[in-house]
Design a binder for this molecule. Structure first.
Ligand code: THU
Length: 132
């Protein structure tokens, strides 16, 4: 799948977002190492705390289907500004894919490419636990 196609899959998820509180839809498309793509949207909750971001929806869908190796994620919101993943999502992404490429797409279709290592430097991971 091309980068543009992956971005398009993220954009298509904006319409699935359940956002009655923030009115801020986010879409994500996570590409596995074998090319399989899992999509996600944010799913909010009246109690606010249980809300789930689009990126984590995609990761949890993938992992629950047996996929743990990822190469890229496209993330979009209906805004001129890019929508970078929140801190919790960065941590969840780095659990499975510390070398992930992160592609941000804005509503104009402009993209910004980053690495997860840039977004979450000096992170805590499984190797920290092994040094115990
Ligand atoms: N949100 C995401 O889904 N991903 C992000 O990376 C940032 C924030 C969601 C959470 C909430 O539903 C809404 O955007 C406003 O914060």
């Amino acid at each position: 799948m091309t980068r543009q196609e992956l971005c398009q899959k993220a954009v298509e998820m904006l319409s699935r977002a359940y956002v009655p509180y923030s009115h801020f839809p986010v879409g994500a498309a996570l590409e596995c190492s074998d090319g399989t793509v899992f999509t996600g949207c944010n799913v909010e909750n009246a109690a606010y705390g249980p809300s789930n971001c689009a990126e984590r929806t995609a990761v949890f869908k993938a992992v629950s289907e047996g996929y743990r190796s990822f190469r890229r994620i496209a993330i979009t919101a209906d805004s001129d500004a890019f929508c970078p993943p929140c801190g919790v999502c960065r941590q969840v992404l780095q659990e499975f894919a510390p070398d992930l490429e992160v592609i941000l797409v804005n509503r104009r279709g402009e993209t910004k490419r980053l690495t997860l290592r840039e977004l979450l430097p000096y992170s805590f991971g499984s190797s920290n636990l092994e040094e115990k």
